[in-house]
Write a protein that binds this ligand. Sequence first.
Ligand SMILES: Cc1ncc(C[n+]2csc(CCOP(=O)(O)OP(=O)(O)O)c2C)c(N)n1
Length: 650
Amino acid sequence: MSVEQDTAHHAGLLAAVRGPQDVKRMSAEQLGILAAEIRDFLVAKVSRTGGHIGPNLGVVELTLALHRVFDSPRDRLLFDTGHQAYVHKILTGRQVGFDKLRQRGGLSGYPNQAESEHDLIENSHASTALSYADGLAKAYALRGESRAVVAVVGDGALTGGMCWEALNNIATAGNPLVIVVNDNGRSYSPTIGGLADHLSSLRLNPGYEKVLDTVKEALGSTPLVGKPMYEVLHAVKRGIKDAVAPQAMFEDLGIKYVGPVDGHDVAAVEGALRAAKNFGGPVIVHAVTRKGYGYRPAEEDEADCLHGPGGAFDVETGQLVAAPSVKWTHVFGEELVAIADERPDVVGITAAMAEPTGIAKLARKHPERVYDVGIAEQHAATSAAGLAMGGLHPVVAVYATFLNRAFDQVLLDVAMHRLPVTFVLDRAGITGPDGPSHYGIWDMSVFGVVPGLRIAAPRDAATLREELREAVAVDDGPTIVRFPTGAVAADLPALRRVGPVDVLAESPRTDVLLVAVGSFGQLGMEVATRVAEQGYGVTVVDPRWVRPVPAELVELAAAHRLVVTVEDGVRVGGVGDALAQALRDADVQVPLKDLGVPAAWHPHGTRAQILADLGLTAQDVARDVTGWISRLDVEPVEPVVATDDAAAPN
Ligand SMILES: Cc1ncc(C[n+]2csc(CCOP(=O)(O)OP(=O)(O)O)c2C)c(N)n1
């Protein structure tokens, strides 16, 4: 039966669910039908928009049980990372929104306060829910409010240090709080692929010794993450052992433990949640689930159980509909392998995202030279510092948005020690459908203040390869190479190079110096053409290395009447800001206009839509530039002489 037919067949139950109270009334049989309907709904909708299909298929029964046992929004349901909150959205009155999931003006792919009173935390970065839960439980205890606090956290998110910092506190505080561990044996990373199959046998035979052996075997046979993940899971399995024993659960931390329960058995999960709810202190409920459950293309996807297709996919096969293109990520991965083939000291680090960052290519070629540290960006940075101290050159590949977490580690542990570590930031700039918390717009500002750190922003495949090579050649401090998401831009050769700066276009008239950062190179060329039609000459340059500000850029600025910078990052402290400061320091009086992203929470949409909203299209920039330069032509007005009154402070 096709998904379409199936949806029509069962439309009755799901369509009648307006809120959690409707789910509370259902019989066991109805819940089974509803779960099937929800899966059909998820596949039908997400296959048109893209989104986190695999994780959500895995938490259907778990979410039904949560809404039956607890009273949201009075009770607080917190989904760690938030990518698995689609079912929660479906059950809290947001079914209609799924037609525009992750699209401009439509439903967010993560919990969102503006959408529903059932969403409290707006997340997307992993491993925070237990800390929120700790604080909420403390607040309710102090204020004498009786509300349950429930955090749902994946085994992947549990590899993040914040979770353990929170557990340490949760145990001591002793407040009532339920932690549901959604254990599907998978993170985003495919490096632990195969484990889901082993865990499925657990549901058939939940003997813990067998589970432990299975997990050990599965993890031990994978080149990445094997050992560390094993340690983490071992802690969980010790809990299982304790449950059977029975002994104090999570004895070291002093948190009670219930489980393991079959996360696809609503009644079993409900039973465990009710026990946890009534306990009166912190409890861990260990639910074993299967990522992608009930949808064959997801279950059979070895790479990542269809963790999060970026766009529409074929329902029958799970394959993306869009024609494949060469991505920035691909170019990076390929060049890194080429560099590593030449340089045995080059090693890679990924924070649970080997495939999405392209570092998996290196892992396949040189498995012993890639370290997957789990969802642990802070640790990744300082571990890289250690690797560098030990004589290696680590390349840390993360999404731009996630390096923000490791600011202090980059600043002090890496930069202050002048250690050669290259951070490669994928998904830099406006990324699109994942919304504000995933925008990689902060890096050039945040890391721009780090002494001795050099930042490169390539404009195309050729400059990405070149700048990556330049970065790993630096031996006296850290570097960042940052590039956007999606298909790599067509190669845009330079006319000439001045210091590190590429000159992309020139004109006999030197009216405007247009500094096009990174992927805005092509935009810069179009702007130059449009502005030339108005009779003004534009020199388009790509600084390539934006921090520190190249001295040559200051000299070029001094030779023009107006400088305009355009960058895919926040304006505060960005490339434009830094260049303006450099011009002031050099007593260069040329006016500078900086175009970029305002430091604000920009909604989700496509990258093109958001850039258009921000006026960062060739047409908009050309209009701005023409307006500014033409105003410079106007005779300067007489300076206004302030009267005494006007000058007086008020
Ligand atoms: C700080 C941070 N780093 C990386 C990511 C990217 N990421 C999104 S989901 C995910 C895996 C989460 O695994 P798990 O918690 O087990 O949930 P599952 O998807 O398996 O349900 C990762 C690494 C993130 N969201 N936050």
